[in-house]
Ligand binder design. Structure first.
Ligand code: ATP
Ligand code: MG
Length: 137
């Protein structure tokens, strides 16, 4: 079955949105197969966002991801990669539809509270980066 990597970023954790976010994925019918809370190092954040290393906001983004606790999760279900992105909403919360996580709960792109893998390859890579196989049920 398809799996994706979802992370609640430090702003989402700090704002007390863990239960709200987990609940949206659960109510949809997706299955939680791994979860942990970690403070990633800056080096780890750079690995996670390596695709964006040429972007002007890369350094600030990695500083931010490593600035506090992150809830790292793996969710499973038919179509979960694509539909998970739909639940999350557009990258810029100003453009996310109401009803989506970012649309309902965030305002600015640099504080958009949640990450979701953007395709099957990145899902596989990100799950392997954040979790060891024994942490997945
Ligand atoms: P994520 O990978 O976090 O799920 P995404 O796939 O919607 O988000 P990406 O293009 O992968 O968007 O960008 C990764 C993250 O970089 C965004 O979630 C956002 O926090 C940050 N980001 C993207 N564009 C900008 C920007 N123009 N200015 C500042 N931060 C940005
Ligand atoms: Mg992305």
């Amino acid at each position: 079955l398809e799996r994706t990597f979802i992370a609640i970023k430090p702003d989402g954790v700090q704002r007390g949105l863990i239960a709200e976010i987990v609940s949206r994925f659960e109510r949809k019918g997706f299955k939680l197969v791994a979860i942990k809370i970690v403070v990633p190092s800056k080096e780890f954040a750079q690995k996670h966002y390596h695709d964006l290393k040429e972007r002007p906001f890369f350094n600030g983004l990695c500083d931010f991801l490593s600035s506090g606790p992150v809830v790292a999760m793996v969710w499973e279900g038919e179509g979960v990669i694509k539909y998970g992105r739909k639940l999350i909403g557009a990258t810029d919360p100003q453009k996310s539809e109401p009803g989506t996580i970012r649309g309902d709960l965030a305002v600015v792109v640099g504080r958009n509270i949640i990450h979701g893998s953007d395709g099957p390859e990145t899902a596989k890579d990100e799950i392997a980066l954040w979790f060891s196989p024994s942490e997945l049920v």
